[in-house]
Design a protein around this ligand. Structure first.
Ligand code: NAG
Ligand code: NAG
Length: 338
């Protein structure tokens, strides 16, 4: 669906809203995690990473200035040197071999090399007004949503809005699954990551990378739920969309004989309940706050943009050397599938 069609379908009209929606190409795919496993090379499981090219094995809190250390970003908004990452998806064949699932750039940004669609919102995507005041993240801010170790629906309830869409077409946005869709998806699988929207106003990070942020106390971000008194500062709703191109793997004859679905996260999770995403804030100066205050929609005149060709040129070197392509007899890191 073209963006204009999406806008019309959602009933959203420019310019009375503060909602950013922009594509970011793939920066690198590596077994690194400077948030959860800083200094560890390689980290426990493979990630796909977008954003500024200061991404590295270690990004020391308070010292690593993502803006100063980056010379380019894979994001359309060229003042965004943040890093965003998720696990990567693999197909597991009946013989136990694995193949990495490629990504599909969304409509309108087809020439983007892999990557994700990023949103920052003042109010629910479906709210036409986007009137709420939000406080942009501060330099050094980091957070993690989801948990790579969980495997049950019950455990996954702790996190809201970490969902999958079994895409019939590029326009599909429903229904949402909490685990991997149980059937072949004609248009691929979209993974949605929505981060918490309330901040304690003090800590840029906490040991588990989660306690300084919270979901609304009652209701949801979508219903305008208030932040709890422990986390009173309303921050933008950060949302990531990744479309995994599962189409080449849709032949049920290649799926497990027990009727289960064949996709696994790079962590070894075959349930999908361990969906997680990491964020290291890195917007230049107060460009994000200005954009959120500007009541702009999708593309903000206060922000500088670059072409997809420029986005695609931004890369970081492979710091972990290991095979990622073709048929692999084990997941990178030899993670057990369960
Ligand atoms: C990563 O960090 C190392 C050590 O500080 C540095 O030598 C290297 O240039 C950095 N890599 C990138 C891509 O910035
Ligand atoms: C495993 O199965 C896949 C898909 O059928 C096939 O392409 C691959 O060659 C097989 N690998 C081995 C080691 O048999």
């Amino acid at each position: 669906m073209q963006l204009n069609t999406l806008v019309a379908a959602l009933g959203l009209f420019a310019p009375a809203s503060a909602l950013l929606r922009f594509g970011c190409a793939s920066l690198t795919v590596q077994r690194l995690d400077p948030l959860v496993n800083p200094g560890q090379i390689p980290s426990t499981h493979l990630h796909q990473i977008i954003g500024g090219n200061s991404f590295n094995v270690t990004m020391e809190p308070g010292k690593h200035d993502l803006v100063a250390k980056s010379s380019c970003t894979t994001c359309q908004f060229s003042e965004d040197f943040s890093n965003y990452w998720t696990a990567t998806l693999f197909f597991r064949a009946r013989n136990g071999s694995f193949k990495r699932v490629p990504q599909i750039p969304q409509q309108g940004i087809e020439s983007t090399r892999g990557g994700m669609m990023v949103y920052y919102m003042s109010d629910a995507l479906f709210d036409t007004a986007q009137k709420s005041k939000v406080t942009a993240f501060k330099p050094g801010f980091r957070m993690l949503v989801g948990d790579a170790t969980i495997r049950t629906r019950e455990q996954a309830r702790k996190f809201r809005q970490l969902t999958y869409i079994c895409m019939e077409s590029q326009a599909s946005r429903a229904p949402e699954y909490i685990g991997f869709p149980p059937k072949p998806c004609a248009g691929g699988i979209m993974a949605n990551h929505l981060f918490p929207t309330c901040w304690n106003g003090k800590d840029l990070d906490t040991p588990n990378h989660q306690d300084h942020v919270s979901y609304p106390e009652v209701g949801t971000f979508e219903s305008g739920g208030a932040c709890p008194s422990t986390h009173p500062v309303k921050i933008p709703q950060l949302m990531l969309e990744t479309v995994w191109d599962t189409r080449p793997f849709n032949n049920k004859a290649d799926w497990p004989e027990d009727g289960s679905q064949p996709f696994v996260w790079s962590s070894g999770d075959k349930t999908g309940f361990s969906s997680h995403a990491d964020y290291l804030f890195g917007w230049k100066d107060d460009s994000l706050q200005k954009a959120m205050d500007a009541h702009c929609y999708v593309s903000c005149p206060t922000l500088k943009t670059q072409s997809i060709t420029q986005q695609n040129k931004c890369l970081v070197n492979d710091m972990v050397k290991e095979p990622l392509d073709g048929w692999l007899d084990k997941l990178p890191g030899d993670n057990m599938v369960y």
